[in-house]
Ligand binder design. Structure first.
Ligand SMILES: [Zn+2]
Length: 83
């Protein structure tokens, strides 16, 4: 999967539809309490990935996050003190 993803609050994207599942772990995204309320999705909002799986697989799949969509946007190499 080579995709551009953006972090979004989950929302109804289709009629007669009230939830989606993470592509990898099947975590449920919906507006219901107890479910995930946001995740990463493709431009067409068809595939959803939960934040945990996004972190787990982002390097492996080389996902591109839409500019500005990511909260912390510092370059990865800007941490000289790497423990
Ligand atoms: Zn997941």
């Amino acid at each position: 999967m080579d995709a551009r993803l953006r972090r979004m609050k989950w929302r109804l994207s289709r009629p007669n539809w009230d939830h989606d599942h993470c592509e990898f772990c099947s975590a449920k995204l919906s507006n219901y309490e107890g479910d995930l309320h946001e995740g990463y999705t493709t431009d067409d909002e068809y595939n959803w990935i939960c934040p945990k799986c996004f972190e787990d697989f982002r390097e492996e799949f080389r996902w591109t996050v839409e500019p500005g969509a990511e909260p912390e946007s510092g370059p990865p190499s800007s941490a000289p003190g790497d423990r």
